[in-house]
Design a protein around this ligand. Structure first.
Ligand code: C2E
Ligand code: CA
Ligand code: CA
Length: 346
């Protein structure tokens, strides 16, 4: 307790001193600091671990708004350990056949037809059960494993789209998420993906690659090159989570984007006359003027669907229609008809 008290005082003094303006070459300069604090020997006894702890605590201080200090806590440590374990387990998950791909239908709003789906990876961990991609994809990105994992998802999706082009719809198309790490990594090459399509005699158009806005903002030449390779091969490109990042509208044309996916945070609060409604209408109108089609994500209610239809939205995806499903489930879902009119009465 005494230690805490002293650390508080020192941290406050440092922050206070640093927050005072000072002169630099005739200019008045303001800076702030973020401080992470960890204790020896309570938190750790090794110098490396102590520095790591302090670093994590400093990031917590930053994420709480900077110009403050944060103590290293047990939960931080537990989170770090979980991440490490997940990273280790990820290394064997692919070989252990622990991944599978779920498919979520993308519905054409004008007709109710379904001939598109998004591939979403699932990890059935032998002891932890189903782990969300939101939890393990960032770790796969940090460790570089996303290259192998992403290639695997792509190959699965290609096999699936070949089957569904025969059994469900000749124009069936599956979209695959591709992380910026995959774009930037020199060990990942587009040729491998194109070869995979060629071997099965599939046109590029049977696959859409979903990217995020951030990728276009810092588009290095390797990113640009790969996007153009996709375009030249006929693979379509969708801009995922549109409206949540730094939208760079001029890039929509430059990179030949085919679809905008309106993020679920806009869909969620859709109501007649609402700000989100105005945003959706503006996004849809702009996209159409640029020749892009729009997919609304996270559609959960008939009201949202109706509002999107009235705004001219092309496609929708969400729990209202179906959750991401195993391939067999997906097939029986389509076979049982895709008439959603019953939902109107809910
Ligand atoms: P995302 O690409 O934005 O995918 C949409 C997410 O929304 C999916 O979560 C989906 O299950 C969920 N979702 C669909 N409809 C609804 C709805 O009506 N309401 C709500 N609340 N959610 C809905 P999921 O499958 O957990 O995936 C999370 C994220 O993980 C994905 O977000 C994507 O960024 C990433 N991810 C998933 N699979 C892959 C993959 O194979 N590769 C890469 N790089 N990332 C992936
Ligand atoms: Ca996506
Ligand atoms: Ca999304």
């Amino acid at each position: 307790m005494n230690d805490l008290h002293i650390a508080d005082r020192v941290a406050n003094d440092v922050l206070q001193k640093l927050s005072e303006p000072f002169q630099l070459d005739g200019d008045v300069v303001y800076i702030s600091a973020s401080i992470g604090i960890t204790f020896y020997p309570q938190d750790a006894t090794e110098i490396d671990t102590l520095v790591k702890n302090a670093d994590q605590a400093m990031y917590a201080a930053k994420s709480h708004g900077r110009n403050r200090y944060h103590y290293f806590t047990l939960s931080m440590q537990q989170a770090a350990q979980t991440r490490m374990r997940i990273a280790n387990d990820l290394r064997v998950a692919l070989a252990g056949k622990q991944f599978w791909v779920a498919y979520q239908p993308i519905v054409e709003l004008a007709t109710g037809n379904i001939y598109k789906a998004e591939a979403l990876i699932r990890w059935q961990h032998p002891t932890r059960g189903l782990i969300s991609p939101a939890e393990f994809i960032p770790i796969a990105e940090e460790t570089g494993l996303i290259i192998e994992v992403g290639d695997w998802v792509f190959r699965e999706a290609v096999k699936q789209v070949q089957a569904w082009r025969t059994s469900l719809h000749p124009e069936f198309q599956i979209s695959v998420n591709k992380s910026p790490v995959q774009f930037h990594n020199p060990n990942h090459n587009t040729e491998g993906w194109l070869e995979c399509l060629n071997q099965l005699g599939l046109p590029g158009k049977s696959i859409t690659v979903e990217i995020t806005e951030g990728l276009l903002l810092d588009a290095s030449s390797i990113v640009t090159e790969r996007l153009f390779e996709f375009r030249d091969a006929g693979i379509q490109v969708a801009l995922d989570d549109f409206g949540t990042g730094y939208s760079s509208l001029s890039y929509l044309k430059k990179f030949d984007i085919d679809y905008l996916k309106i993020d679920q945070s806009f869909t969620r609060n859709l109501a007649f006359g609402s700000e989100d409604m105005a945003l959706c209408e503006a996004i849809i109108e702009m996209a159409h003027k640029l020749g892009l089609a729009v997919i609304a994500e996270g559609v959960e209610t008939p009201e949202q669907r109706e509002l999107l239809i009235s705004a001219g939205c092309d496609y929708a995806q969400g729990y209202l229609f179906a959750k991401p499903m195993q391939p067999l489930e997906f097939e029986s879902f389509l076979e049982n008809g895709t008439d959603f009119s019953f939902l109107k009465d809910e």
